[in-house]
Design a protein around this ligand. Structure first.
Ligand code: PEP
Ligand code: MG
Length: 763
């Protein structure tokens, strides 16, 4: 490049020219050199801008004007207005003007006609070429004719002195004198479709491309005013997952005035896919070329005009959240508390809100997003795994959202009542799953308040406790985290989460002669857990899902509509009437026991009367399960079963486990999932404790093992009470195992200490 020219052609620009043409111009030049289809054009250099200030003699006046107290908004606005006016009003030296005019005329010759161009600002700091001033200076679209281009260039220059830009530089410690501006003049792509692409997953770095696309010019997506289609492409298999959004508005060029306007998307295009597979692959191929050229993952803007794909911009992926930060200017400053709910899974995370109103929309949840929904369901688990945090309108601490989030180690706040109304798609929020709070914007992690998301801590020296400390598992995906707790076994494996996660109702399998498929699928899930814990015991509980959850599954249409599903057809009472479904589960257990997994215990849910135990044991025997090889136990979830515990023991059971989630709701007449009565829900209510204590004493006398697998077993205070009552084991959530183990150890030592003191006193 010749020394200090006014104008340079983009094809002659390379990355080392950042000081002359800014990051944007240099990257366009690099892409052209790599034969990427970039709209052609030229850049008016940063040096040309400096020459303008010097040759016209306005530099000293300009920089003197800029000495302002930027915290005084009025003064800042006034200074910005007069500085901009000075730059705009000052006549551009003739030689510079004619260089720009000739360049435009040359572009017109190359492209044919008088092309519409975009004139984009690209600011650059002299001593810090990598400094980013993105979004602070202006861009002018659809400019036509040499004179208008000159005016637009001068407007770009003036935008260097906008109030926001001045404020930013002062706060970041940049001297105004050391920041220059280049203007990139580039043929306009009159896009009928446009969007962005990440060549790799920006959060995890996984080789999957994410392409967003919508109708019209790219402004709608970049500004966040439209929900675009989202396409995920696995770069290894080239498999595409398309999530087609409802696109209601688009930015286009007005045919008459040439101005860019926002208009409604025609009805027939609103729900139509923006990109075909072939177009996605073309865009992906270009992205891969750019990535290869720069040797780093890229964040790219693309546009399609009459079938031709153009790359409009590319920059390295730093993090996906850069775009969010730009969108979030309105909530900068003090974090605002937006919502409150129940802290259901500890940890704090920030991300973009994705409101999910139906399971068809789940693909919209990308890695690092915040999944916001009325209530989660088992088919949402993969999206819950991708989410940085989960927020629900409904539910309590034992709802699906709460249980699964804890197992996945994803922070969650449930029962906010109005998250899906108050939050909006694309909003950046911070979720504190410990305190149950939602804030606007991104909050730094408060060290004491919230542990890092997903953290499972195990002390260097795990205390040995006489009372076993186990862990609850509901989904096979949680197995690794569950094993990492060092727990003494699994005190509850909820098979209904696995079954509901299959997507098809157990009846569907029976009606379609696919019982084996059901058994195989369930066996796979259970095997993961029993194998990982072998030889430590895993108590697998037979199915216990209410009818309202089953109804949502394929084949679940015939589920009865019950006035109160919590008191209805669920648990062992249902399995004993739907013997086929019960037997499919028992067959699954038998297959695993036959494979040598003798660490399985079979646990019956919602037992109300000894007849149920007797009938269930008959079925277990009929299927050929040897009672020598397997323990059989029951859940104590109904006050009735606690009160008749001796009759239940007489039926021959090896263990009981307190389901305090249900025991509390049935003892206190408080719906466990109803946030309106959540304040009355107290697992340590004296009545609940009395029932538990009674059962423990009876079981201890009879040599029946006792345990707890309700949420209360994750509370160290409750653990202390249970140890004192003489419980055999406690099963907690993954995130609570360590603190419960400590509470158990401490309590056991205290009991010994107290006993020795009593002895001493007697002496
Ligand atoms: C309980 O009721 O405490 C329990 C563990 O069972 P679930 O939460 O699955 O009803
Ligand atoms: Mg229960």
């Amino acid at each position: 490049m010749k020394d200090n020219p006014t104008v340079v052609w983009l094809e002659d620009v390379r990355i080392e020219d950042v000081p002359s043409v800014g990051g944007k111009g240099a990257s366009l030049g690099e892409m052209i050199s790599a034969e990427i289809p970039v709209p052609r054009g030229f850049a008016v250099t940063a040096q040309a801008f400096r020459r303008f200030l010097d040759e016209t003699g306005i530099a000293s006046q300009l920089f003197a004007t800029l000495r302002v107290n930027v915290d005084d908004a009025k003064e800042l606005e006034a200074v910005a207005a007069s500085a901009k006016k000075l730059v705009l009003k000052t006549k551009m030296p003739q030689h510079m003007r004619s260089d720009i005019v000739s360049a435009y005329n040359e572009l017109a010759k190359r492209e044919g006609g008088e092309p519409l161009v975009a004139v984009r600002s690209s600011a650059t700091a002299e001593d810090m070429p990598e400094a980013s001033f993105a979004g602070q200076q202006e861009t002018f679209l659809n400019v036509r004719g040499a004179n208008d281009v000159v005016v637009a260039v001068q407007k770009c220059w003036a935008s260097l002195y906008g109030a926001r830009a001045i404020f930013y530089r002062v706060k970041q410690g940049f001297e105004h004198e050391s920041v220059n501006i280049s203007a990139v003049v580039q043929k306009m792509v009159n896009a009928d479709r446009s969007g962005v692409m990440f060549t790799c997953n920006p959060t995890t770095g996984a080789p999957e491309a994410i392409i967003e696309g919508s109708w019209g010019l790219g402004e709608a997506i970049v500004s966040g005013s439209v929900s675009p289609d989202t396409y995920l492409i696995d770069r290894k298999t080239r498999q595409i997952k398309a999530n087609v959004a409802s696109k209601t508005i688009m930015v286009v060029k007005d045919q008459k005035t040439g101005a860019t306007i926002t208009k409604d998307v025609p009805a027939d295009l609103q729900n139509k896919r923006v990109l075909s597979d072939a177009e996605l692959y073309t865009i992906l191929d270009l992205g891969e070329l750019i990535e290869e050229h720069y040797d780093s993952p890229q964040d790219i803007e693309w546009a399609i005009e009459k079938g031709a794909v153009y790359i409009v911009q590319s920059r390295p992926v730093t993090t996906i959240r850069k775009r969010d930060a730009a969108k979030q200017t309105s909530t900068a400053g003090e974090p605002e508390k937006l919502l409150e709910g129940l802290g259901a899974s500890p940890g704090q995370a920030s991300g973009e809100v994705k409101i999910i109103r139906s399971v068809d929309e789940l693909d919209r949840v990308l890695d690092g997003d915040i999944l916001v929904t009325a209530m989660t369901s088992p088919d949402m688990v993969p999206a819950m795994q991708r989410a940085a945090a989960i927020v629900t309108d409904e539910g309590g601490l034992t709802s699906h959202a709460a249980i699964v989030s804890r197992e996945l180690g994803v922070p969650a706040v449930v029962g906010t009542k109005e998250a899906t109304k108050k939050l909006t798609d694309g909003m950046l929020i911070t979720v504190d799953g410990e305190r149950g709070l939602i804030f606007s914007g991104r909050l730094e992690r408060a060290e004491a308040a919230a542990p890092a998301a997903g953290m499972v801590t195990v002390s260097a020296a795990k205390p040995i406790t006489a009372t076993e400390v186990k862990v609850n598992v509901s989904i096979a995906q949680a197995t690794e985290r569950a094993v990492a707790t060092g727990a003494d076994g699994v005190g509850l494996l909820r098979v209904e989460h696995m079954i509901l996660g299959m997507g098809k109702h157990p009846h569907w399998y029976i009606e379609h002669n696919e019982k084996d498929a059901f058994i195989n699928e369930l066996e796979k899930g259970i095997r993961t857990v029993v194998a990982a814990f072998f030889p430590r015991p895993v108590w697998v509980r037979t199915m216990d899902a209410p009818t309202d959850e089953f109804r949502q599954m394929e084949g679940g249409e015939d589920e009865p509509i019950e006035p109160n599903p919590m008191l209805g057809w669920r648990g062992i009472r249902r399995d004993l009437r739907e013997v086929d479904v019960f037997k499919m589960q028992l067959q699954t257990f038998k297959n695993l026991i036959d494979d040598g997994y003798t660490n399985i215990g079979i646990m019956l849910p919602l037992v109300q009367h000894q007849d149920e135990v007797q009938a269930a044991k008959e079925k277990i025997a009929e299927i050929g399960i040897d009672f020598e090889k397997v323990d059989v136990g029951i859940m104590i979830e109904i006050p009735a079963s606690a009160l008749i515990i001796e009759d239940l023991i007489a039926e021959g059971i090896d263990f009981v486990s307190f389901g305090t989630n249900d025991l509390t709701q049935y003892t206190l007449a408080v719906d466990r999932n109803n946030e309106n009565v959540a304040a009355l829900y107290n697992e340590q209510h004296p009545a609940v404790l009395k029932l538990i204590d009674y059962v423990i004493q009876c079981c201890n006398r009879a040599g029946v093992v006792t345990s707890i697998c309700g949420q209360a077993g994750s509370n160290p205070k409750m653990a202390e009470k249970l140890v004192r009552m003489g419980i055999s084991s406690i099963s907690s959530n993954i995130d609570a195992v360590e603190r419960v183990r400590e509470a158990v150890a401490r309590t056991e030592m205290r009991i010994i200490l107290e006993a020795s003191r009593d002895l001493t006193n007697e002496d």
